[in-house]
Design a protein around this ligand. Structure first.
Ligand code: HEC
Length: 142
């Protein structure tokens, strides 16, 4: 192999390692959670979770999220409707459930909501989330 070919290999190898390391990060719950948030939730709750005026409540720094930690999985899967107060503002809208998300995706999404958007130290593990999902109360066709 001549020198030029060698250096091309080195560059390729470095690039590949870079990609692998970068990809591996995606398996961290909050990274997958953030991606899912951007894809499934940000269109309404906005990019940083700040909500939209009196139409869409915030999910970042939101008292509702912190007070209803254990309901989040059910809210995400089955939706929620009717009057609610978030950070002192009343909302009376409707959010449809997201049935595309798996239990693990919901877990990662909630991790992102609690830890990154609401500075909570504690978060759930997958068995907690599964138990919550089995026990969703405000939904009739579960
Ligand atoms: C089509 C718009 C829309 C999408 C998409 C959406 N939501 Fe909502 N969400 C709402 C509305 C509207 C409410 C308020 C419902 C009410 O007033 O009863 C709400 C309420 C909530 C609440 C409870 C109130 C609060 O802000 O703390 C949480 C938590 C929540 N959404 C999380 C999510 C997550 C996580 C996703 C992504 C999986 C998501 N939402 C996707 C519109 C949406």
């Amino acid at each position: 192999m001549n020198r030029r070919a060698k250096s091309i290999w080195v560059i390729l190898l470095l690039a590949l390692t870079g990609i692998t390391v970068f990809d591996a990060c995606d398996y961290k719950p909050r990274n997958q959670g953030q991606k899912l948030y951007e894809k499934e939730c940000a269109s309404c709750h906005m990019e940083n979770g700040q909500g939209l005026g009196e139409l869409i409540p915030p999910v970042a720094n939101a008292d509702y999220v912190v007070k209803h930690k254990e309901d989040l999985a059910c809210i995400i899967r089955h939706g929620i409707a009717g009057p609610m107060t978030v950070n002192g503002i009343e909302y009376d809208g409707e959010m449809e459930g997201n049935t595309k998300l798996s239990d693990i995706e919901i877990n990662n999404l909630i991790h992102y909501l609690l830890v990154d958007l609401n500075q909570q130290k504690e978060h759930f593990v997958i068995s907690d989330i599964r138990a919550q999902l089995e026990d969703c109360q405000f939904h009739s066709d579960k």
